[in-house]
Design a protein around this ligand. Sequence first.
Ligand SMILES: [Zn+2]
Length: 132
Amino acid sequence: MIGLMPTFDRAEEIEGAVNEQAKWRENGDETYTQWRRRFNASWNSAEVPGSCPVCGSATLHRWYVQEDSDATVLHGVLYKGRGRLWEWCSTCRTFEHLMDGFVPAWWVDPYPVAPESLRYDPGPIEAARGVA
Ligand SMILES: [Zn+2]
């Protein structure tokens, strides 16, 4: 049955993948109100000033992906189309992912992210941000 045992390298690879995913945690705790307040307070750029309510680091970021070009105005704000939004802290890796939203007219990609790399957590975006 030795042939069915994972090799050492394979086991390391699986453990590595699990750890990489496990690093990200959706914000759903008692800091959530502060978290929303922080992101909503500076809704004009990819880099979000202020400290993370979870870990205290000034490393908050957001990223939009535009999925269509149906411009619309909601509550007096111009949006250039539908899309998805990730908001995260690159220190403690807390994040929020809004899958069905609108992309504001002011949004411009500050660094490139391969669309096919995107997943539920912002890991690929954070990786792209790090090398930009
Ligand atoms: Zn944090």
